[in-house]
Design a protein around this ligand. Structure first.
Ligand SMILES: [Fe+2]
Length: 370
């Protein structure tokens, strides 16, 4: 019988898996295997990848055990298999997929019994349960990418926990808040779980700036579209009477004018900010202002920053998590969305994506020099 931190880890692993299975519960195998979009994996790939990544780290790496099926590693490597190819791979499907997920989990819990996850543990992967936090975050984050794909599934009934979060967005405050200039500590503190790209924490000098109190609402984005002819957000469709409808998941629902605008590309976000006579905040400004801001938690927010390493960056525990993406191809998003598990939300968290992408639940808030 496991007690203490290990029992807590086992509970968290169970909760993560319950959420994953809840997402796919309304779907049949055909829907799990279908390729809905070249930029999103079929759900069956995500499920096999979640289990295979768990096996790699929580069974093979820290448990020193052989994989159940050695050939699977290649199929579920996210870097080797771009999203557009994942539907063609000989991945696990249907009953075989479900039993692989169960079998891996059983072995994960066996290994958990044998390892030292105390703060004194010698292996930095195990110290304070780092590798378990990493795997939990991984499953939670894949739930969000699965929810991105689920917007393409006509008639998909969103689980109630997400409906509830979508229903509790406060009305927007169209004012701005002044943030003093000065030196701000940016990044995650040395202890506690964070990804390598959030470290090391370091001081950044900021000039005074103003930043929107709330994310840009649909009503403002609509005004921008009407005045400039800008493209609508993804999943907005014409209502036939000159207005717009939300068509995600095959619905035809009125656009809520007060809700934050989401499914914007970086280019749309940047265009809106310029039209408003403002600009996107840098990611450092966003993090410095974070404790004073409202409305965080409905949508990711595009920033003006490229995804770059912090000074003194060290890859941990593997190069492909962050380092492979550093450069000016990707823009940083901050905050979290209605689809983000609360356990992965923290002020230092850096999300990133290509500036042309709109499948993310992302909008913006504007800033300007003070
Ligand atoms: Fe992954």
């Amino acid at each position: 019988m496991t007690t203490g931190p290990k029992a807590a880890i086992a509970d968290l692993l169970r909760e993560a898996r319950e959420r994953t299975l809840e997402l796919i519960d309304p779907l049949d195998d055909e829907q799990l295997n279908r390729v809905y979009s070249p930029i999103l994996s079929p759900l069956a790939w995500d499920l096999g990848h979640i289990a295979n990544f768990e096996e790699l780290w929580l069974v093979q790496t820290i448990g020193d055990r052989e994989p159940l099926r050695g050939e699977l590693g290649r199929l579920y490597d996210a870097i080797e298999n771009p999203r557009r190819t994942r539907g063609e791979l000989p991945i696990l499907r249907d009953a075989e997929l479900r039993s692989y997920m169960t079998d891996v989990r059983e072995r994960t819990l066996e290994v958990l019994e044998t390892v030292d996850v105390s703060p004194e543990a010698e292996d930095p992967l195990l110290r304070e349960g780092f590798v378990y936090e990493m795997l939990l975050a991984h499953e939670h984050q894949h739930n969000e990418t699965m929810l991105q794909l689920l917007q393409l599934v006509v008639g998909y009934p969103l689980p109630r926990r997400y409906e509830e979060r979508l229903a509790t967005v406060p009305p927007p405050d169209l004012g701005m808040v002044l943030v003093d200039g000065g030196s701000y500590e940016i990044g995650a503190p040395p202890r506690g779980f964070a990804y390598d790209n959030e470290r090391p924490r370091h001081p950044v000098e900021l000039a005074p700036f103003e930043i929107d109190r709330s994310p840009v609402p649909n009503s403002s984005y609509l005004q921008y579209m009407e005045e400039t002819g800008a493209e609508p957000p993804m999943y907005w469709g014409r209502d036939g009477e000159g207005g717009w409808l939300d068509t995600a998941r095959g619905r035809r629902e009125p656009i809520d004018p007060e809700a934050p605008a989401i499914h914007l590309t970086w280019h749309q976000a940047d265009g809106f900010a310029r039209w408003a006579g403002k600009r996107l905040p840098s990611e450092h400004e966003w993090e410095a202002a974070r404790p004073q801001l409202d409305g965080v938690g409905h949508s990711w927010e595009w920033t003006g920053s490229d995804f770059l390493a912090y000074p003194g960056f060290e890859a941990f525990p593997y190069r492909e998590y962050s380092e492979a993406f550093f450069g000016d191809d990707y823009k940083v998003l901050r905050g979290s969305s209605w689809a983000t598990h609360p356990r992965v939300v923290r002020p230092s968290f850096r999300n990133w994506d290509l500036p042309a992408r709109s499948q993310i639940f992302a909008g913006l808030r504007c800033a300007r020099d003070a």
